[in-house]
Design a protein around this ligand. Structure first.
Ligand code: SF4
Length: 446
């Protein structure tokens, strides 16, 4: 297979560690990027607000992106599992859709019990083209009903998925800004964890064991009430830096809440992150507790790593995930297992994250920003990867190539974060790579 690389894409692919890589730019037209659109980026961040109503102002197709294709869990309301759409048609495109949006909000206020307290209105591609005044409709509805109705002007074509993250962070700031002068309480907010398969609960449990209170979670298992408490926290910890660093920056500047970046994937990163959170709170007793807790959990996991390592050592992994922080943790996890990461790609990685990636991988690892399926196929075959770690869009590619696959995206049903997720991750990688099925697949990697 010799799939040629588009000329405009060549600077987004690095074949040798340290060579320059272009990132944080728009996708090349016609390259069939694996990235999601601006609206999807915004929806990823806001969807786990469990008691919010999410109205998609656009054609019905955009509304297909809903709870069903995310795995975020709730301990309270399940309103977020529904998707509401204004279902714009041709006549609305010609005459405008603002009246339909007003009617949709009125209908929710009339029919839903209890009545909504918080509505997010996503304006998708066509609304950006026809220019409905979504902000005015939201403003009028806020006034009429005395609730929060927050516009998210997320036309899919207006930038990259990262732009959607930023719009969602702005929407959260719009919600919490009026509550910024409440008294401070000792405790942290967790930003950028979406409670996939209950991962937020796992991390929250660790922090509570170390006696670190969690004030608010943004946005995994969050609610209107929990979100407006967020300005009272003393520290923000940022799990998914790609989606939430901008929110942390704004909260630091406008609410005086410092932040640190963390990653709860893999033994090394989970242990280090717990210690960094405790250290940042500047209480020696918490640091001691964090060290003790991390050491005990690490000791429990080492025999599991040792058990599976002989069956995984020397295998080659390809990684294509949303953000750089997860790719970094995955490379470290594969290193712990004696595996080599031969391909690393992200949808929205940042320059500093690619620098860390380069420092962790071998000389000949291929690093790609904003890859497309043809590029992934070419390098998976060229590097003879044994497993691809990615999301729902990458799964069919791996199976068609006869390569094992591990789902590390938002659809997964098993937690992979924290110490609890490590055994799940290792056993999943083992079962997938060492499955006898690959022997029967033409062109299979085994
Ligand atoms: S690209 Fe546009 S039309 Fe497609 S899902 Fe995104 S917002 Fe909707």
């Amino acid at each position: 297979m010799n799939t040629s690389i588009l000329e405009e894409r060549k600077t987004s692919i690095s074949h040798h560690r340290g060579s320059g890589l272009c990132c944080e730019r728009e996708s090349v037209a016609g390259a069939v990027s694996q990235r999601a659109c601006v609206y999807c980026g915004a929806r990823v961040v806001l969807n786990p607000v469990t008691d919010a109503y999410h109205i998609v102002h656009g054609p019905i197709g955009c509304a297909s992106y809903t709870w069903d294709i995310r795995g975020s869990l709730t301990s309270g309301a399940d309103t977020y599992r529904n998707s509401f759409s204004t279902d714009l048609r041709e006549t609305d495109i010609v005459f405008g859709g603002a009246k339909k949006l007003t009617a949709a909000i009125d209908e929710l206020m009339e029919k839903e019990d209890p009545a909504p307290k918080l509505i997010f209105v996503y304006a998708t591609c066509i609304v950006g083209v026809i220019g409905d005044d979504v902000e005015a409709v939201c403003r009028q509805s806020e006034k009429k009903y005395g609730i929060r109705v927050i516009p998210v002007k997320a036309s899919g074509f207006s930038g990259t998925k990262s732009q959607g993250y930023k719009l969602a962070c702005d929407a959260i700031m719009t919600l919490i800004e009026p509550h910024k002068n409440q008294p401070k309480r000792f405790g942290v907010n967790i930003l950028g964890d979406y409670n996939l398969a209950g991962e937020m609960w796992i991390i929250k449990g660790y922090l509570e064991k170390i006696a670190i209170p969690v004030i608010s979670t943004i946005t995994g298992d969050s609610s209107h009430e929990k979100l407006i408490n967020a300005p009272s926290a003393t520290l923000n910890i940022v799990q998914c830096a790609g989606s939430s660093s901008y929110l942390a920056e704004r909260m630091s500047e406008e609410m005086d809440i410092p932040y640190i970046k963390v990653s709860f994937f893999g033994i090394e990163d989970t242990a280090a992150s717990l210690l960094r959170v405790a250290d940042a709170l500047d209480k020696p007793e918490l640091s001691a507790k964090a060290r003790q807790f991390a050491a005990a959990r690490t000791a429990e996991l080492l025999p599991i790593i040792e058990k599976y390592k002989p069956r995984l050592e020397g295998k080659k992994a390809a990684v294509f995930v949303g953000g750089g922080f997860k790719a970094i943790s995955l490379i470290r996890q594969f290193n712990e297992l004696g595996m080599k990461t031969v391909i690393v790609g992200t949808q929205t990685g940042k320059r500093d994250e690619y620098e860390i990636i380069n420092s962790l991988v071998g000389e000949d690892t291929v690093v790609l920003d904003d890859a497309n399926p043809a590029e992934l196929e070419r390098f998976i075959l060229e590097k003879q990867a044994d497993i691809l770690v990615g999301g729902v869009k990458e799964r069919p590619l791996a199976y068609k190539l006869g390569v094992a696959f591990c789902d590390h995206n938002h659809e997964r049903k098993r937690p992979l974060a924290g110490f609890d997720g490590i055994e799940n991750f290792v056993t999943e990688i083992h079962k997938s790579i060492n499955s006898p099925v690959w022997k029967y697949v033409k062109g299979g990697a085994v």
